[in-house]
Design a protein around this ligand. Structure first.
Ligand code: NDP
Ligand code: F7E
Length: 325
């Protein structure tokens, strides 16, 4: 590999630069809103924020004009087309094309307009379906992907490679973080297109309110998933912006996994639903297990703080208060 050592790209302290312009793309979403809360709590006073309606990140010329006018010093890319297993499986063209467009436009414009540091967010679905567990960063591109989300995964892998290519060719400080399955305030609670945790909060709550006897949960209940509260992820994102400058993407996980059956029982308990669970095995299970090995990030000094039970209680409270239910 020619050019400068991509791990030697210098990174000045993000946390000592709180008056700098920081563009958080996707600030109204689950992840972006948590990052904004975190940055504001730390005293960052110059955040640049645009809703989807104000700036469609799939439009290359609009994105370039935005960067030319605003010239942010830092960019955190949390805008994406996101959804659970059903949405990924049903809209493959949207998941690959919208994500490639957003990330290509934002990464390329950031580079062209002198952004000092950019953080790209991928997802644990970039790894092969049957990756070794816990999954190390080195498992990337070592085997076939899970078919229900391969389109999204290919876009995310391309985003990692975009960052790496710019580091190698231009010594530009672009890094990537791979979060595990996330949840928390401002999640998407759509009945079909959301991820499992918000979907179950809504379904159990609606069943409790209507007095239904049973709740349907998708798949066999046997897949294992690792969940991280989005406030822990936001803390990890700021940590990476401040402390990490390397070519390799880094995993960001809680290190704790549960089966979907255990998760459903926990949501049932937190919501206070008294009926029974019924499994719809016509729905896909997806990846059997995806526990990430986050030891590289942990060794740098970051650690998650919110337990799944506490995070669920907090998220259910937020759902009831914010969804007029
Ligand atoms: N949720 C999870 O479990 C996980 C998420 N991640 C990653 O975190 C990142 C954020 O995900 P999350 O917060 O959950 O997703 P959300 O859907 O909650 O938020 C995505 C945000 O991106 C915005 N957006 C989407 N398309 C466009 C567009 N064309 N132009 C401008 N803005 C746009 C959305 O605005 P609008 O809603 O108005 O379209 C929304 O504010 C993604 O990269 C995702 O891959 C990684 C692992 C797990
Ligand atoms: C973050 C991650 O998220 C997705 O991958 P996933 O982990 O498979 O996500 P999921 O939350 O949708 O499902 C987890 C498990 O839960 C089961 N399940 C039960 N009942 C419901 C249910 O009601 N809704 C959903 N969505 N799933 C349910 C479901 O059958 C599956 O076994 C991809 O977007 C991927 O690209 C990605 O990055």
């Amino acid at each position: 590999m020619g050019g400068p050592n991509p791990d030697s790209v210098s990174s000045s302290s993000f946390l000592n630069d709180k008056s700098a312009k920081v563009f958080v793309a996707g600030h109204r979403g689950l992840v972006g809103s948590a990052i904004v809360r975190k940055l504001q709590s730390l005293g960052f006073a110059n955040l640049v924020l645009r809703s989807h309606a104000e700036l469609d990140l799939t439009r290359q010329s609009d994105v370039e004009a935005f960067f030319a006018a605003e010239k942010p010093r830092y960019v955190i890319l949390a805008a994406a087309k996101v959804g659970g297993i059903h949405a990924n499986n049903t809209y493959p063209a949207d998941f690959i094309s919208i994500n490639l467009q957003i990330q290509n436009n934002v990464i390329h414009s950031s580079f062209l307009h002198g952004v000092q540091k950019l953080l790209f967010l991928g997802s644990s679905c970039i790894y092969p379906k049957h990756a070794p567990q816990p999954i190390p960063e080195s498992a990337l591109l070592t085997g076939p992907l899970e078919p229900t989300n391969e389109w999204y995964a290919i876009a995310k892998i391309a985003g990692i490679k975009m960052c790496q290519a710019h580091r190698i060719q231009h010594s530009w400080d672009a890094i990537s973080g791979m979060p595990t399955n996330l949840y928390g305030p401002n999640d998407n609670f759509h009945p079909e297109n959301s991820h499992v945790l918000p979907a179950l909060i809504r379904r159990f709550h609606e069943a409790k309110v209507s007095g239904a006897a049973e709740v349907v949960v998708w798949g066999s209940g046997s897949p294992l998933r690792e969940f991280l509260h989005v406030d822990d992820l936001a803390d990890g994102v700021v940590f990476l912006m401040d402390k990490y400058s390397g070519v390799e993407h880094l995993n960001v996980g809680s290190g704790k996994e549960v089966t979907i059956k255990e998760l459903a029982e926990l949501v049932k308990e937190v919501v206070g639903f008294q009926g029974k669970l019924v499994w719809d095995t016509s729905k896909p299970d997806g990846t059997p297990r995806k526990l990430m090995d986050s030891s590289k990030l942990l060794s740098l000094g970051w650690e998650p703080k919110i337990s799944l039970k506490d995070g669920l209680v907090d998220t259910y409270k937020w759902y009831v208060q914010n969804h007029n239910v």
